[in-house]
Design a protein around this ligand. Structure first.
Ligand SMILES: [Zn+2]
Length: 394
């Protein structure tokens, strides 16, 4: 494929298996027709058309991409890692804008077109990370849509200026309020959640809380989050990332899952390894809880792993959950596409006539093969224009 702006693509496999031609007009999907109806369309036989990948949890300000490889700094607990990250941060030669830009270009190369990024807000950094990410959001608007969560990485109550800084962040462009282990970090569940939900209510924004706290403690916090979500009428606007407590075999899990479903609290997972308990995807979905995929840390002080490829992430989640049937692999992909789009509140998303001509064409015979094989042969189309080919920005 050589041309950058397309009038349409031909003989592509749709997610339901049908062969189709897709006509573009003024950056939108003008028509989806049986294959062979658009003789001038660019032939994409052998590719399956997917809606764009959605990254629901990333830290653009933390990545060390753009710098030489940084050996991992040890730290067993969340608190120890926070301290390690602070010491590393003091000596970085590249700004959050520069490092985040390297990561955005990488993830957009893979076919991601929408991102929810957390940004650290603490007493040392103030709003500097947010300012960088707001500039970055403008600079990369042609590649991706970026949503920003004001994230208290150092806690709220134990870092006195943070509550006010979070309010400033929301007044100055952050889209959502974050939180972090109300018990594990701040040791005050009610106090932490009072600030987080108070700010959500005051600014009319959604919530996305990092919750590593496991076992009964984590389940209690999830129940509190569900309760506050309903009390403030925030149903559908609250997410909990990680939620390892849901992966335990404690008898209280069922009741908490019911409460999350009722409050329409979404769960975001990166498909963690067996060092922690992963939320059970199929059980949560069956109970009516939306489960969404995100990369989380990529090549930063928290993890040397990750590349930001959400197709690979969908495959990893499928692997960790022992998903093998085509229908289960399709579920894994939906966590990195349509479920992410719902979480981010994207309008204009999906392979439908009238929607923006945004899509990812993957060299595979079907969705299941795309998730299982993670092919590098890809074309990312945004607004009818090719923005990436074979996993690199054009
Ligand atoms: Zn995170």
């Amino acid at each position: 494929m050589t041309q950058d702006t397309l009038t349409g693509i031909g003989s592509v496999t749709m997610p339901d298996g049908a062969l189709a031609d897709i006509a573009f007009a003024e950056g939108r999907i003008a028509a989806i027709l049986p294959a062979g109806m658009l003789p001038d369309a660019f032939d994409m036989r052998g590719h399956v058309a997917l809606p764009p990948l959605v990254e629901a949890h990333i830290h653009l300000d933390k990545t060390l991409l753009g710098l030489p490889f940084q050996s991992h700094l040890p730290g067993a607990t969340v608190a120890e890692r926070i301290a390690q990250e602070k010491s590393l941060r003091a000596s970085l030669p590249l700004s959050a804008f520069e490092r985040g830009n390297a990561l955005v270009r990488q993830v957009a190369g893979y076919g991601t077109q929408a991102i929810r990024s957390h940004v650290d807000i603490d007493g040392d950094l103030g709003l500097s990370g947010l300012e960088d990410l707001l500039k970055l959001r403008e600079a990369v608007a042609d590649l991706v849509d970026v949503q920003i969560v004001a994230f208290p990485q150092n806690g709220i109550l134990r870092d006195a200026p943070v509550a006010d800084l979070l309010a400033d962040a929301l007044a100055n462009g952050a889209d959502l309020i974050g939180g972090l282990d109300p018990a594990g970090i701040d040791r005050d569940v009610a106090g932490h959640l009072d600030v987080v939900f108070g700010l959500a209510d005051r600014f009319g924004v959604g919530v996305d809380i990092h919750l590593h706290d496991a076992g009964e403690l984590g389940l209690f916090e999830l129940a509190e989050i569900a309760k506050r979500t309903e009390a403030l009428g925030l149903q559908g606007k609250v997410a909990v990332s990680h939620a390892f407590a849901l992966g335990s075999d404690l008898p209280g899990v069922g009741a908490v899952v019911e409460a999350l479903a009722k409050a329409r609290v979404s769960i975001v997972t990166n498909g963690p390894n067996r060092m922690v308990a992963m939320p059970p995807v199929a059980m949560l979905r069956a109970a009516g809880v939306e489960v969404v995929a995100g990369s989380d840390n990529i090549r930063d002080a928290w993890s040397p792993h990750g590349d930001g490829d959400m197709l690979r992430r969908a495959g990893l989640i499928a692997y960790m959950q022992d998903f093998r049937d085509d229908s289960d692999l399709e579920v894994a992909l939906s966590m990195a596409t349509s479920a992410g789009a719902r979480l981010l509140g994207l309008t204009d998303y999906g392979l439908a006539e009238g929607a923006r001509a945004d899509m990812l064409l993957v060299g595979a015979s079907c969705v299941a093969e795309a998730v299982a094989g993670v092919p590098m042969q890809r074309v990312s189309v945004r607004g009818g224009r090719v923005i990436a080919r074979d996993c690199a920005i054009v």
